[in-house]
Write a protein that binds this ligand. Structure first.
Ligand code: FES
Ligand SMILES: [Fe+2]
Length: 377
């Protein structure tokens, strides 16, 4: 892990980026967020990302390790992501100042040697003219960045979430990233919300004819929440027929893990297992990146599944993206979120509660509670 010294100005730049009235009810700064997929980060070109409104430039140092700095050259404020990677260092596009993996200034082209030595010594000793560096780790195929000036070891989330399903045998993993116009909470709730599927995705996934009443068991934990759906018949839509042509009962779980991960799991019979983990990154208060890892074990060849289910999955995602955009426009127009709920809004209210606690640096009380609710699907 790169652990650059955290300059005090870093916190003020984050605060500045987030100045003004809050549009979203939650913002958890002390957290690891995915900046990009590992495959997006090559050795030559830096990558521009944004987390919580803060622009970040990423690149690989000569060892191949990722590095991340504020995307703003300390010289004349040009985005460093416009530059290039030279011998593992980031070179600014405008006047060629260079920075190492911790953001330290290492070259000022054109400056007489003696003066350059003095300037670089000042950079070494006091970080004068240096870029603001961020902690960064690469894990499970993603590059994660820590923005906060606090040491992660002293916070609620010292490590990024591990994707343990990548260790499972017989699985195919499909990765895909998508940007939505939605708050972090709105996006997480959408991924885990069952009642909307019959309407927004009617016919593709579930239908709006409510046929059976099933039970949901909701387990609240200190750092997350899970809903298990008991007795859910195979969905009548196309996706259900594909995965389980003979019908039968589906085992289904929806989960949220603090600070920003949603997970949906389906088991149809013994042979079909679908696990979708979505790592969410709050790009700004109203824009969220969804980094999806779909882990599949089915009785069908994976190519056939991808050909048949790919366009439908894409249609479902487009419908979600459109509705989140419309919701976020209204939230913006009215200056903030305001919700009312019923008992079948199973997870959204608790996700909001957990995020609000996490923003204050706390977890919920250490009581594991189980609640049973009935809903028609
Ligand atoms: S603006 Fe970056 S080197 Fe001048
Ligand atoms: Fe949806």
């Amino acid at each position: 892990m790169n652990a650059p010294q955290q300059p005090s100005s870093l916190w003020s730049s984050i605060a500045r980026e987030n100045a003004g009235p809050r549009k979203s009810v939650v913002r958890v700064v002390d957290a690891w967020y995915v900046a990009c997929a590992s495959t997006a980060l090559g050795k030559k070109k830096p990558v521009a990302a944004q987390i919580l409104g803060v622009p970040v430039a990423l690149w690989r140092t000569s060892s191949g390790a990722p590095a991340a700095v504020l995307d703003r050259c300390p010289h004349r404020n040009v985005p460093l992501s416009l530059g290039r990677v030279e011998k593992g260092e980031l070179e600014c596009r405008y006047h060629g100042w260079r920075f190492d993996g911790c953001g330290k200034l290492t070259a000022v082209p054109g400056l007489p040697i003696v003066e350059e030595d003095a300037v670089l010594a000042q950079a070494r000793d006091g970080r004068h003219r240096c870029a603001e560096g961020f902690r960064v780790v690469e894990r499970d195929g993603f590059v994660w960045v820590w923005l906060s000036p606090r040491d992660p070891a002293t916070t609620l989330f010292p490590q990024p979430l591990r994707l343990t399903q990548l260790d499972g045998e017989g699985y195919t993993h499909i990765r895909q990233s998508l940007r939505v116009h939605g708050t972090l909470h709105g996006t997480l709730e959408n991924i885990l919300d069952v009642p909307h599927t019959a309407f927004l995705h009617g016919g593709l996934f579930r239908t709006s004819e409510k046929k059976s009443e099933i039970e949901a068991i909701v387990q609240r934990r200190r750092d997350g929440v899970e809903a298990e759906f008991v007795g859910e018949p195979r969905p009548p839509g196309f996706m259900g027929s594909l995965l389980s042509p003979s019908g039968g009962v589906v085992r289904h779980w929806d989960r949220f893990f603090l600070p920003s991960t949603a997970q949906v799991e389906y088991r149809l019979g013994d042979e079909n297992h679908v696990l979708v983990t979505t790592l969410c990154t709050p790009v700004s208060e109203t824009v969220t990146d969804m980094h999806n890892v779909l882990s599949l074990r089915t009785r069908f060849p994976i190519g056939a599944i991808a050909t048949l289910a790919g366009p439908i999955a894409w249609k479902i995602l487009s419908q979600d993206k459109e509705i989140l955009g419309a919701q976020t426009d209204v939230v913006g127009r009215f200056g903030g979120e305001r919700f009312t709920s019923t008992s079948i809004d199973l997870l959204g209210p608790y996700i909001l509660h957990l995020l609000k606690k996490a923003e204050q640096g706390a977890l919920d009380e250490a009581i594991v509670r189980e609640e049973r609710t009935r809903l028609r699907v």
